[in-house]
Ligand binder design. Structure first.
Ligand SMILES: C[S@@+](CC[C@H](N)C(=O)[O-])C[C@H]1O[C@@H](n2cnc3c(N)ncnc32)[C@H](O)[C@@H]1O
Length: 254
């Protein structure tokens, strides 16, 4: 892939913005959330550059990046949401592959999935996978400043977003996800975790993450609950590990 400067990337997503906005199936954001600095600096090649989006939007590739665990981890989220999904669900940030259409396929006809992402090119990309679904709404929003009222969602899903965010941003994302879910609703976080000593992926993934994903090692050294607001009380926290501890699912019932 040709390397683009931050300015070129900025130009390309500005150009895409109008097209993407016309594709969103929701009211435009109240404020332009802008593109966060860490996304421009660290992840432009994966999420902002149109060539990067074309490259990564392949099921086999996202599955390979997760060492063959994509479907299993996706299905763990579906398991929490139920065989049929009713109510209003929020997906915080787009995901490559069939994650969103698979969730959408389980919605009952009177239910609704809202998907937010800060990058117009990501919303445009996901919209192409959702042609056959009328009850999915896309919104350009920043995960740290959701434009939804408190407690409006039955469940909230955050799939492999936290490890890509700097600590202070991640803390705000967690706070917002917990704010917008109803009492009794679930927030389902799926992300990296520190593998056990005997797991060879501990030694393979440490240099990979340190090189490509500068904030990801936080997931090895903290619990997701460490980023909860201090005054928050929740009904329950359930944590499960996968693939020798490299991945975690943490389900918070509010
Ligand atoms: C969910 S994460 C990683 C998903 C996973 N690695 C995959 O297979 O696609 C990637 C998404 O998060 C979005 N994102 C990053 N920071 C964000 C923020 N502050 N608010 C909303 N979306 C954000 C990016 O634009 C990108 O679409």
């Amino acid at each position: 892939m040709e390397k683009a400067s931050a300015a070129e990337v900025s130009g390309s997503y500005a150009a895409l913005e109008d097209r993407a906005n016309s594709l969103f199936r929701a009211e435009p954001s109240k404020d332009d959330p802008g593109i966060p600095e860490y996304l421009k600096q660290t992840y432009w090649w994966a999420y902002l550059h149109p060539a990067g989006v074309r490259f990564f939007e392949r099921q086999w590739l996202v599955n390979f990046i997760l060492w063959g665990n994509f479907a299993r981890l996706r299905d763990e989220v579906l398991h929490e949401l139920g065989e049929t999904i009713s109510g209003r669900i929020l997906q915080v940030a787009c995901v490559y592959g069939d994650f969103t259409p698979t969730v959408a396929a389980r919605l009952t006809s009177d239910s609704r999935l809202d998907v937010i992402d800060v990058a117009p090119v990501q919303l445009e990309n996901v919209s192409k996978k959702l042609d056959s679904f009328t009850n999915v709404m896309l919104h350009r929003q920043d995960s740290t400043r959701l434009e939804f009222q408190d407690g409006v969602f039955d469940h909230v899903v955050v799939f492999f977003l936290l490890h890509e965010q700097p600590m202070d941003v991640r803390q705000e994302t967690v706070r917002e996800a917990l704010r917008v879910v109803k009492p009794g609703g679930k927030v389902i976080f799926t992300d990296y975790h520190r593998p056990g000593w005997l797991n060879p992926f501990r030694y393979i993934m440490a240099p990979v993450l340190l090189t490509l994903e500068p904030f990801a090692m936080d997931m090895w050294h903290h619990e997701i609950t460490d980023w909860f607001p201090r005054d928050l009380t929740v009904a329950s926290v359930k944590k499960e590990l996968f693939f020798g501890g490299l991945y975690q699912k943490v389900v918070i019932t509010r």
